[in-house]
Design a protein around this ligand. Structure first.
Ligand code: C2G
Length: 129
């Protein structure tokens, strides 16, 4: 039984989000997803997500490729989360390449290619116009 763990905000859920979660699930038997808290998002991006943590966690948790969701409160707690969920592999999009290499003593770390041409910010800007 191989457990994978991945993280994200998953605000205004889109095709790129689905793709990374499906590809992550293909690498393991059980996929656990850390959803950024509203406060963590504010500290990363200086704005709150459009959807609340509860809404984002319900959307991601309802997907067939996701087995469990939890709240990610801090980027620095990755090793604790890996141990708490007994993860064998940490999977992130390649916009994070190198950023979580320090977790390698605890589990395998893999960066998958992002889906080009789609982003939450791009969608919000298009709709606002
Ligand atoms: N992603 C992707 N393709 C896109 C957009 C996003 O593959 N076109 C991936 C990102 O690389 C990330 C995941 O989808 O792995 C979630 O992306 P975001 O919601 O933007 O999350 P982020 O702000 O990167 O938060 O601890 C890490 C953070 O919580 C990650």
């Amino acid at each position: 039984m191989r457990t994978g763990i991945t993280f994200g905000t998953f605000d205004v859920f889109h095709y790129g989000h689905l793709s990374i979660l499906e590809r992550s699930r293909e690498m393991c038997d059980r996929l656990v997803v850390g959803i950024s808290s509203d406060e963590l998002n504010f500290s990363k991006k200086q704005r709150y997500p459009y959807y609340s943590y509860e809404e984002r966690a319900r959307i991601v948790g309802a997907l067939r490729c996701v087995d469990e969701v939890f709240r990610e409160d801090s980027l620095e707690q990755k090793a604790e989360y890996v141990q708490r969920y007994h993860a064998d592999v940490l999977i992130m999009g390649d916009d994070w390449t190198g950023r979580f290499d320090w977790v390698r003593p605890y589990c395998e770390v893999v960066y998958l290619p992002r889906t080009p041409g789609v982003s939450t910010t791009g969608i919000i800007e298009r709709i606002r116009l």
